[in-house]
Design a protein around this ligand. Structure first.
Ligand SMILES: [Zn+2]
Length: 389
């Protein structure tokens, strides 16, 4: 069987497991472990606290030497409310494209990595290749954090990490940082005819939302710029609001969610602090003057650090060489690469397929993309074998 046939066959198996982030990924993990067993390769689970999900960490080659990580997540986004032309959990091939949930994001990459394992196993690698296969990436890069903590305890840190999110095999050296929060505004209810005796939670939430909006206008107007991004400045927005029960009642509660996505020049924590300070210094004193119980609480929802690997870094040079590409770029979406990078492992994002197809109905990956990815991994294997001299 050729490597591309093996990649497609593995992808078919992986797509067959409904690993939407809310589900356990253990059946898929067990499948991968059985496959690795057949290749004679050891593997290690790094489970979550509930025991229903797990990462898998694999080392092929000398474990005491620093090597290269190929990183991919096993979870996928829901298909709820989407209209698919075929069963999203059955890989369907048509016109050189493979359709299925996760085909592009990012079971296609994981399939290419696994398909290359037999080759990695027979080559004498002077430097190891690691597979870092994670869970719960789509809900805030959760799973990979334990795997990175585990790595940091090892005697040697890997040289570099390639995160295979879909980039059409382009070399991506940066993505923005993100922080999202849930805000609960507690007011004081009253009959609406007595409005000044109450604290209107919806109105205070609105004032805070406008504050966030004003900050976003400021970023767009005069914020730092990074021309490699489609939107070359820091952004933010409020995405969900709910509050109030009836028009004749001063609303007691309002809950909303907002986020910031920053370029490397901006400090995301300082921006969140600015919002919190506005709540504490401007809004809460007014609220508490009417009712001491009124107030605003902030709760972290999710966050991931940005990626900002220098274009001259060795990992970028190597990724370009292995990927046969001279260009590099930055992307709008977040990945696990930021976390690897913060842990001291230089990282780039490079993977098959297009982010255009990710998360959508009729998600697909072109067979040609899997071939390109397979060639990239083959060259990485050769690179790791070369150093045996
Ligand atoms: Zn992804």
């Amino acid at each position: 069987m050729t490597e591309i046939q093996r990649s497609i066959e593995i992808l078919e198996a992986l797509v067959g497991f409904d690993t939407t982030s809310r589900n356990s990924n253990l059946p898929l993990i067990a499948w991968i472990e059985a496959y690795l067993d057949r290749c004679g390769i050891a593997h290690e689970r790094i489970p979550d606290r509930t025991g229903t999900k797990s990462n898998v960490w694999v080392t092929i080659g000398p474990p005491e030497k620093p090597g290269y990580i190929l990183s991919g997540h096993t979870d996928v986004v829901p298909v709820d409310g989407q209209t698919w032309s075929s069963d999203p959990f059955r890989l369907k091939q048509r016109d050189g494209r493979l359709f299925g949930r996760g085909a592009a994001d990012m079971k296609g990459f994981v399939a290419c990595c696994l398909a290359a394992v037999p080759d990695m196993a027979v080559r004498k690698l002077a430097r190891p290749i690691h597979l870092a296969i994670s869970y719960d990436e789509e809900v805030g890069c959760i799973g990979v954090r334990d795997m990175i903590a585990h790595l940091k305890r090892a005697p040697v840190l890997p040289i570099a990490c390639f995160v295979g999110e879909p980039t059409n095999m382009g070399v991506v050296i940066g993505h923005k940082s993100k922080r999202s929060l849930t805000v609960t505004v507690r007011g004081k209810t009253a009959h609406s005819s007595l409005a000044p005796q109450g604290v209107n939670a919806v109105e205070y939430a609105a004032r805070l939302i406008v504050k966030i909006r004003d900050m976003n206008d400021r970023f767009a107007r005069e914020g730092a710029r990074d021309a490699l991004y489609d939107v070359p400045f820091t952004t933010g927005h409020t995405g969900v609001v709910s509050g109030g029960t009836a028009l004749n009642i001063v609303p007691e509660s309002c809950v909303f969610e907002f986020e910031f996505r920053t370029i490397a020049a901006d400090n995301i924590d300082a921006l969140v602090d600015e919002v919190v300070r506005y709540a504490r210094e401007r809004l809460e004193p007014e609220m508490k003057a009417v009712s001491p119980e009124a107030g605003i609480t902030f709760e972290e929802k999710s966050e991931f650090p940005g990626l900002d690997t220098p274009a001259a870094d060795d990992v970028v040079v190597l990724a370009k060489k292995l990927g046969r590409s001279n260009a590099h770029g930055k992307v709008a979406y977040g990945t696990e690469a930021g976390l690897f990078s913060v842990a001291g492992i230089p990282s780039v994002v490079i993977g098959p397929g297009s982010i255009e197809q990710a998360h959508k109905a009729d998600e697909f990956i072109a067979v040609s993309e899997l071939e390109k990815c397979g060639a990239f991994i083959d060259r990485l294997i050769a690179h790791c074998a070369e150093h045996s001299a």
